[in-house]
Write a protein that binds this ligand. Sequence first.
Ligand code: SF4
Length: 397
Amino acid sequence: MNLADSEEMFAHLSARGYQRTDELEEADAVLINTCTVRDHAEHKAVSFLGRLGRWKKEKPGRRIIFAGCAAQRLGKTLQKKYPFLDILSGAKDIEHFSDALDKSGLFGPQTSQGETLPPGLTGYVTIMRGCNFACTYCIVPSVRGPVKCLPHADILAQVRRKVHAGAKEIMLLGQTVNAYQDGNVSFADLLNRASEIDGVARVGFTSPHPIYFTPEFLTAVKGNPKIARHLHLPAQSGSTKVLREMKRGYTREILLEKIKALQAEGFVISTDLIVGFPTETEEDFAQTLTLVDQAGFSTAYCYKYSPRQGTPAAQMKLHSQEVLEQRLDILLNKVRGLAERTYQAQVGTTQEVLFETENKGRSSGSFWVKTKRSYPIGSVQRVEIERADGTLLFARD
Ligand code: SF4
């Protein structure tokens, strides 16, 4: 999502004559687009900003923009601490980024439409911003605000532009992406309409929320092979009690029900799990372990709970580091090998592969597949899987 936002902001700089460079010494301006989901990411961004003080001192005409979620959270305190900062643009203001450039009077007038990088095979398209949930550990709603769905006509125009620039796969983005609704256009409608655009080979999306997987969604995907059959569905915990305390909006039973319905439509599901939420008991943690057994995730990203200042959970009593480490270790042992087993389970199946090189591509379920024969880059081919090695499938061709 941040990559897509960075592209959008860069387009406004490019409209004012700026070009990209990887060399800090060559640059006239630096745009730092930040994440604040974890403390570490925020620290890295702020310390980079601190280091830019000297860079700017060398040539005072140089410009610095600090944007995104950390900019939103830290606000004016940053400007006080780093007076050399030219523009502070929070995550809620991305749509007004062009106005902010103009208002500063530092970036010159807009002279063109602005350009973005050619998208490569995957074109990322933001369809909504913000989140209407209030998960007790999460900083996102306070920095990104409530959900705002972008007009479907603009999104489809954006998809056409990405395809025109070379994209074959479109990835629709949003914090709770499957909650999308624009008038009578639902998320399922949007997926279908995007997939009908000439040149679109596959449409994926991230990140969905379990409760928005409706029967309507399942019906829509059933008849549409262009909708990617992989999704990353954050579960966070296997305990209904902890899920309630996290305010996730579902129980373990509902979560498993949704997962099974999606898997019945051929979806491969990866997940995120948090260990050591403040109220998590040994019994709750054991339920996260059994969730892994029951859910059939293709892979799981596991995290120790880390408090984010300003969230309700940050007021709760923390577990010791020892407990966090212990539980993380146990969970990591549990999920180790999930991906390899999922890859093994594909042997003998037929997969639709979108080729990223002449001999390698990704299947609809997001498995990497290697072929002996060469195929045109960007083409979609059906291949039979002969064997698996680690996290790579080999085709019989
Ligand atoms: S659904 Fe919960 S975890 Fe996800 S962005 Fe919204 S508040 Fe954060």
